[in-house]
Design a protein around this ligand. Structure first.
Ligand SMILES: [Zn+2]
Length: 473
């Protein structure tokens, strides 16, 4: 009981932070950053070397060199702060599916990224990270705004019902995190995990009567199409997207289908509690008391709010065992430049356009040409009959646009093909690139990662042409 009470108090305290003056949150952030950096330097040979020459008593954030995934994976054993945590043992631990939800060496939650952005990353986290992740979902991630001692008491008597639908089991960050739900949290929330490929998924959800439905964007959209059969009202209070990019249109469809707010979280396995979707529906608020989130340009210079960056740097202030400090991710993000109508004063992510890596190289005559993911998005979002689209590069001068239509929608293929080719050309795709359009019954997630890929590229600027690459769009 004491454990439950302590957990409830810690969790409720999290709810006070978003309305505090930003300077106060920044101070908290800085204290935690200094503590983490000192800890990392004291315990990890990798960080000791990395931060050689940094004055630990008076450094600024920008003094710390950014860290990449490859470095952290290549030097895993030196980068962690517990010498008993070894990469070979972690990888071996992943090999037994029975270990899912078990603590590695009795104390660490582990997962690995899907590898949709290249090489998978093994992630080891303290229990504090999981405590925080769930605590933040229950408070700052709660769209009903009913958070407080009375609500906590009500939940003890009548726990919330959280349905988590994932594409497949495994140690993937989003699925694994739910397997590690802290014991005291289970007093307040009853959780059930479902597989999106289960043919009985609709029946199972109806039987469970979730108050919160959490899943990936593509799965939520599929479920939304079954909303009539799903009949989750009046129990369902909110829908949460935890993975994949939820487009504006998709969000509107999911919201209309279920009749409840959809909150869209932006996070990553390396910092699973980075943000909580804004309950007012305008992006996601960064949990700046426990994470540092920097939107930067190519040369790691900060980009002002209201402007798209080139990549982001993420610092997880809660994980002591595998320090994630100014960790580079190739996401193109824009921070909001005005206060949020929900009342939270935490920094707000206005939009995530996609991965900088989300681009392809085409051949334009003899030259290579770089095409950004946003160029393709601008052209393909034009089809309001489409539920989802995908661009597959079949040759360096051939693109196939694949469309899955909304149920009952129709589209003249030949006309649509001309329209998309014109729009792509309008946004800057070289005319020499052939565009074919295909209407498919279903766009499925990538079987290797369980995630939907909007862009399937042949890769390699070098493969496109021998001459220098220029940019389109
Ligand atoms: Zn907000």
């Amino acid at each position: 009981m004491f454990q439950t009470l302590a957990y409830a108090l810690r969790t409720l305290a999290l709810n006070q932070v978003p309305r505090r003056p930003p300077e106060e949150v920044e101070r908290l952030q800085e204290q935690r950053l200094r503590r983490l950096v000192r800890w990392a330097v004291a315990r990890s040979p990798f960080f000791r070397e990395k931060y050689r020459g940094v004055r630990l008593d008076r450094f600024r954030l920008a003094d710390l060199p950014p860290v990449g995934k490859a470095e952290l994976m290549d030097r895993f054993d030196e980068a962690v702060t517990d010498p008993h945590v070894r990469q070979s043992d972690v990888v071996e631990f992943f090999e037994d599916p029975g270990n899912l939800g078990r603590y590695f060496r009795g104390r660490y939650a582990v997962c690995h990224t899907s590898g949709s952005q290249g090489r998978p990353m093994s992630i080891v986290q303290d229990r504090a990270v999981l405590d925080l992740l769930f605590g933040l979902h229950f408070t700052r991630g709660n769209a009903t705004a009913r958070v407080g001692a009375r609500e906590a008491l009500r939940r003890l008597l009548n726990p919330a019902r959280l349905a988590v639908v994932t594409t497949r089991p495994g140690f993937f960050p989003s699925a694994a995190a739910f397997a590690y739900m802290p014991a005291p949290a289970k007093r307040f929330v009853r959780k059930a995990q479902f597989s999106s490929t289960d043919p009985q998924i609709v029946e199972r959800l109806v039987e469970f009567r979730p108050t919160v439905l959490t899943s990936y964007a593509s799965v939520l959209e599929t479920l939304a199409q079954d909303a009539d059969r799903l009949r989750l009202a009046p129990d369902l209070r909110q829908v949460v997207n935890i993975s994949e990019m939820l487009t504006e249109k998709a969000r509107a469809r999911v919201e209309a289908a279920f009749g409840v707010p959809v909150v869209d979280c932006y996070s990553m396995g390396e910092c699973p509690f980075l943000s909580n979707g804004c309950p007012a529906g305008s992006g996601a608020h960064v949990n700046a008391d426990w994470a540092v989130f920097e939107v930067v340009d190519e040369a790691y210079r900060p980009v002002p709010p209201g402007t798209l960056g080139h990549k982001v740097l993420v610092t997880n202030l809660a994980n002591r065992v595998q320090p994630i400090i100014r960790y580079e991710i190739g996401d193109v993000v824009e921070m909001a430049d005005r206060p949020c109508r929900c009342g939270s004063r935490l920094p707000r992510i206005a939009r995530v356009v996609g991965r900088a890596a989300e681009k392809l190289w085409v051949r334009d005559g003899t030259r290579g040409c770089e095409v950004s993911g946003s160029l393709l998005k601008n052209a393909c979002d034009y089809f309001h009959q489409a539920r989802e689209w995908q661009v597959v590069q079949t040759e360096h001068d051939q693109l196939r646009v694949r469309l899955e239509l909304l149920p009952g929608a129709a589209l003249d293929r030949a006309r649509a093909e001309r329209a998309v080719a014109d729009r792509l050309a309008f946004f800057g795709l070289p005319r020499g690139v052939e565009v074919r359009l295909e209407i498919v019954p279903r766009l499925e997630p990538d079987p290797a990662t369980g995630k939907f890929r909007r862009l399937v590229s042949l890769g390699g600027a070098a493969g496109a042409a021998r001459e220098p690459v220029r940019q389109a769009g």
